[in-house]
Design a protein around this ligand. Structure first.
Ligand SMILES: N[C@@H](CCC(=O)N[C@@H](CS)C(=O)NCC(=O)O)C(=O)O
Length: 220
């Protein structure tokens, strides 16, 4: 019999080359950090693309497979994965041995998914609405709550002295949730333990590597 067991097919996928489309100093930077934290530099090809920047420089890149020409985007063979949450979960599930995301059945799986979802589903809209000046609209507040609630959740989480969101070890959720505060320190909660966490994540060797990788590209 020459039927290919289903497991072999999934293992083949596991060994295919992954391509991460990125642009310096963007929402892709934390995905570069994740690649380094997971020691996937040999498995993930980095592909630089340009994006329009808020200062008016840069332009959409026709080589970027993201339907909105945004970054990050991940290609696994011909499968496209977009959205930072999805890319982080895709990678941490695909390479569980890297230890950057609790697997199905692990006690921290629930908190891990909760933080990923809270980042994409609440933190992003809340801070963008805040900056846009529309975060106090009653419909918005009813759906997402606001900056005070996000700050309270972070302050409560770190009150017990834990170094990372899930406890003793860094996960991909830290890279996502920390990133807006690293980019905009003035928006960080005024709390010593939360600020120490923001600095702790920023000081990881993975971010020194991200700086090196990104420095090779002219601002676009
Ligand atoms: N929800 C997306 C947002 C991605 C996103 O907004 N990326 C920005 C860079 S920080 C971008 O590519 N902007 C280019 C554009 O808007 O054309 C994610 O988290 O992955």
């Amino acid at each position: 019999m020459h039927t290919v067991p289903v497991n072999n097919r999934s293992r083949e996928r596991h060994h295919s080359m992954l391509t991460l489309y990125f642009s310096p100093k963007s929402r892709a930077s934390r995905m570069l950090a994740l690649v380094h934290e997971m020691d996937l530099q040999d498995r993930v090809r980095l592909e630089h693309v340009t994006i329009p920047r808020v200062d008016g420089t840069g332009q959409p890149d026709s080589t970027n497979p993201h339907p909105d020409h945004k970054v990050p985007a991940l290609l696994d063979g011909d499968t496209l994965i977009t959205e930072s949450l999805a890319i982080a979960l895709y990678l941490t599930d695909m390479f569980p041995e890297a230890g950057l995301g609790p697997v199905v059945g692990a006690s921290l799986r629930g908190p891990y998914l909760t933080w990923l979802g809270y980042y994409a589903g609440v933190i992003e809209p809340v801070y963008n609405a805040h900056v846009a000046g529309v975060g106090d609209h009653p419909v918005f507040r009813a759906t997402f709550r606001g900056v005070p609630e996000v700050e309270a959740r972070l302050i409560d989480t770190f009150a017990d002295g834990r170094p990372y969101l899930l406890g003793d070890t860094l996960s991909a959720a830290d890279l996502l949730v920390q990133s807006p505060f690293m980019s905009f320190p003035d928006g960080a909660p005024d709390d010593a333990k939360v600020k120490a966490w923001i600095d702790r994540v920023a000081a990881r060797p993975s971010y020194a590597w991200v700086d090196e990788v990104e420095a090779a590209y002219e601002p676009d």
